[in-house]
Design a protein around this ligand. Structure first.
Ligand code: 3H9
Length: 700
């Protein structure tokens, strides 16, 4: 028997115990161990068999690292058949998360019991896959087709209580899981309970409304952003209704094989590992000591500060919100309450939860009240002098060892740290708006930031539900620094011949959540306008700002004024192309002497995305980002880059760095030296036939 799985019998109840840390993934030795154990159970005097796991969780799925390698026997379906066809009842005993292949194992068992804190689910879609070991066939047989479709296409886990109500879990166990599972198994044996094989359930096609699958397909494809898995999941569920189980399982296998070799899934698996890798700081051992965080404080109760306070409250950490006046504080608290209200309306939170979370947020206007906070995050507007003033005050007020963080998007974290006598405690925490929704957190390491402060910030980021990526200090850090070229080229494309909808729809078809021009309208064109006014634009190339300046000066500030690059339907907010704007664009182009021309979708994509790649390479070269895969994480979680494309650096690897580099040289010849100066790293990798992925491996 393999070490990852052990089998023993006590009081005529067999227990198959999986022990494959960290998450009991179904590696080959686990599959083999389970198969041999269930075979052994057929021959011994056990009357029932429990399948349970050691460590922090039930089986959390297939071993994702095996997907790139040649398959090894036994395959998961073979193991599941052996469990399902056991002559003695098999009971899954679930704690932690039974996910993907793990939940499929549980569904092949005759009964499932779970502790109340457990969760079950089929998250394969998040890896560009579908459940490939019967999940699309067994789940609809017990949950119903509609519920199964929701669970499998969302990939979201279902808490044990709800799973019990839905019939996915037969018994909730109080107290010790294994003891409870033994009692449950004994009861089943004593009562002569049947061997419930989910595969034997037949779905009556008449229970499915006509057009159900067409509508489902339309719905999932409308929000797919380049992902193909949701569409294939619908096909599997259709097969669950229309085909006998063995043929339907074969169809599921076929579609699983298509997905597992697809570029979309490769990209999404890249992001899965990149996300986990990004949380690790090179050169910092896992055991680096960390500071205790049990009280947070936020300076500034605006949209950002309020959103950050919600993140802490959502994670159960008490947080004090500091504002300059009672009125400002009141306004901030009201916005938080309103945001929670929206979540309640959407059915994502109950009134009780909101009450409890609001109870964790207290307000003050007095710095003395935050003296005992373990972490303070400053979230006032972007003014370096103001930030320095605040940090000098924090230095005077906060207890020794408190982490002092700035939520700046652009300012120099080292200059802010220098305003204190303890720069080792200072770092950046760059949240993205809305902070309570967006997953990314850039953690910015100052020149003098202490290792334990940094390690604590990364851990607290994960605790409040963020995906963390480490950045060094530079203007705009990783994400916003890269964005400059993306926005600039979108604007230049307008002057050169594109319409706003042409630029936006091309990038949206590529998979971006929203095109760059429409994004400007959403953010408000006046924001950049005011910033340019206060900075003065002398010396800058005026072309990338010409159109938006003209729009703002004619009262078109974007969605909030009902018009920007587009006009907006006042009810639906649908964007409507506006010939008036197109005329303005033509006039601006003429002023600059730019001859307008037809521009292909291919050029739009290269012009907008290659600056991300090129700047990303410079950021790597300078050591601002630790890894190319971290840059991908920043773009997928902070800027809605399509996960099915794996982030800009992964995408560039796919296109081929030689091709990307040569195209950049061509753009440099056409559009000028500065904007398109290729990064040395890109040149080096392109010329040596390398890739960013390989560079990451070399640097690891
Ligand atoms: C599948 O099952 C296909 C089947 O339908 C069909 C087959 C035929 N494999 O996330 P964490 C690693 S597809 C390999 O930080 P947490 C992870 O990389 C799979 N490795 O912990 C990390 O490594 P490291 C469907 C895995 O407590 C370490 O474990 N299942 C796997 O925050 C800790 O992970 C899923 O998609 C894996 N399956 O969260 C579930 N899972 O320490 C994927 C994790 O070196 N997993 N690792 O960086 C998760 O969602 C979370 O890991 C989980 C724990 C919630 C379980």
């Amino acid at each position: 028997m393999s070490q990852a799985v052990s089998y023993s019998v006590q009081d005529k109840i067999g227990v198959i115990s999986v022990n494959n840390p960290p998450v009991n993934a179904l590696a080959q030795r686990v599959r083999e161990g389970i198969l041999k154990s269930i075979q052994a159970a057929q021959r011994d005097d056990s009357e029932a068999v429990i399948l349970a796991c050691e460590g922090r969780t039930f089986i959390a799925g297939a071993d994702i690292t095996e997907f790139n390698k040649p398959p090894k026997e036994p395959g998961l379906p073979e193991v599941l058949s052996a469990l399902e066809n056991s002559s003695k009842p098999v009971i899954a005993a679930i704690h932690g998360t039974a996910l993907g292949g793990g939940f499929e194992v549980a569904l092949a068992c005759h009964y499932r019991c779970a502790v109340a804190s457990a969760k079950v689910g089929l998250p394969e879609v998040k890896l560009g896959l579908l459940p490939g070991a019967g999940g699309t066939q067994r789940l609809p047989r017990i949950a119903g087709v509609k519920a199964a479709l929701d669970i499998i296409t969302s990939g979201n886990p279902v808490p044990a209580g709800k799973a019990h109500d839905m019939g996915l879990v037969n018994e909730i166990i109080e107290g010790d899981l294994l003891e409870g599972a033994r009692r449950y198994a004994r009861d089943l044996v004593d009562s002569g309970a049947p061997l419930k094989r989910i595969r034997d359930v037949v779905i009556d096609p008449d229970t499915i409304e006509p057009g159900f699958f067409e509508q489902a397909r339309k719905r999932v494809n409308a929000r797919a952003r380049g992902q193909i898995a949701p569409d294939r999941i619908v096909s599997c569920l259709e097969a669950a209704v229309s085909l006998p189980i063995d043929q339907a399982l074969e169809r599921e296998r076929e579609l699983f094989r298509e997905l597992v070799t697809s570029p979309e899934s490769a990209a999404m698996r890249h992001i899965f590992f990149a996300e986990r890798q990004a949380a690790k700081i090179k050169g910092l051992p896992r055991e680096t000591s960390q500071r205790d965080i049990s009280q947070a404080a936020i300076i500034g109760g605006g949209t950002m500060g309020g959103g950050i306070a919600m993140c802490f409250a959502n994670a159960g950490i008490p947080v004090i919100l500091l504002e300059v006046s009672d009125e400002a504080l009141d306004r901030g608290m009201k916005i938080i309450r309103k945001n929670y209200g929206i979540t309640v309306k959407r059915g994502k939170l109950g009134e009780e939860d909101v009450k409890q979370r609001m109870g964790l947020i207290t307000g003050t206007t007095d710095y003395a009240d935050i003296a005992h906070a373990d972490i303070v995050i400053e979230a006032v507007f972007e003014n370096l002098e103001l930030k320095k003033e605040i940090f000098a005050k924090l230095d005077q007020t906060c207890k020794p060892g408190a982490i002092l963080a700035t939520n700046t998007s652009y300012q120099d974290v080292d200059a802010i740290a220098a305003a204190t006598g303890r720069p080792e405690d200072v770092l950046g925490t760059h949240f993205f708006s809305p902070a309570n929704v967006m997953r990314l957190l850039e953690v910015v390491r100052g020149e003098k930031t202490a290792d334990d402060a940094l390690a604590t910030a990364m851990r607290i980021g994960k605790r409040i539900g963020k995906v963390c990526a480490l950045s060094g200090v530079c203007y705009g850090f990783i994400g916003n620094r890269m964005l400059t070229g993306y926005g600039r080229e979108a604007q230049l494309l307008l002057l050169e011949g594109c319409t706003p909808q042409q630029v936006d729809s091309t990038l949206e078809q590529f998979g971006m959540a929203m095109g760059p021009v429409a994004m400007g309208d959403l953010a408000g064109l006046d924001v950049g306008y005011k910033a340019r006014q206060s900075r003065g634009t002398t010396g800058d190339d005026p072309r990338p700002y010409a159109i938006s300046t003209r729009l703002v000066e004619s009262g078109r500030h974007g969605q909030k004024t009902g018009a920007g690059y587009y006009r907006y339907d006042s009810e639906t907010r649908r964007r409507i192309p506006d010939p008036e704007v197109e005329a303005m664009i033509r006039e601006e182009a003429e002023k600059f002497g730019i001859a307008r021309r037809e521009i292909s979708a291919q050029e739009i994509i290269a012009r907008c995305l290659y600056p991300l790649v090129n700047e990303g390479a410079k950021i790597l070269e300078e050591g601002i980002a630790q890894r190319a895969s971290d840059v991908d994480v920043v773009y997928v979680f902070g800027y809605a880059f399509p996960v099915a494309k794996g982030g800009p650096m992964f995408y560039a690897d796919r296109v081929g760095l030689k091709r990307v580099y040569e195209q950049i040289l061509e753009f440099q010849r056409q559009h000028g030296e500065t904007n398109w100066r290729p990064a040395n790293l890109l040149k080096e990798l392109a010329e040596s036939g390398g890739s960013f992925a390989e560079w990451d491996r070399r640097q690891a």
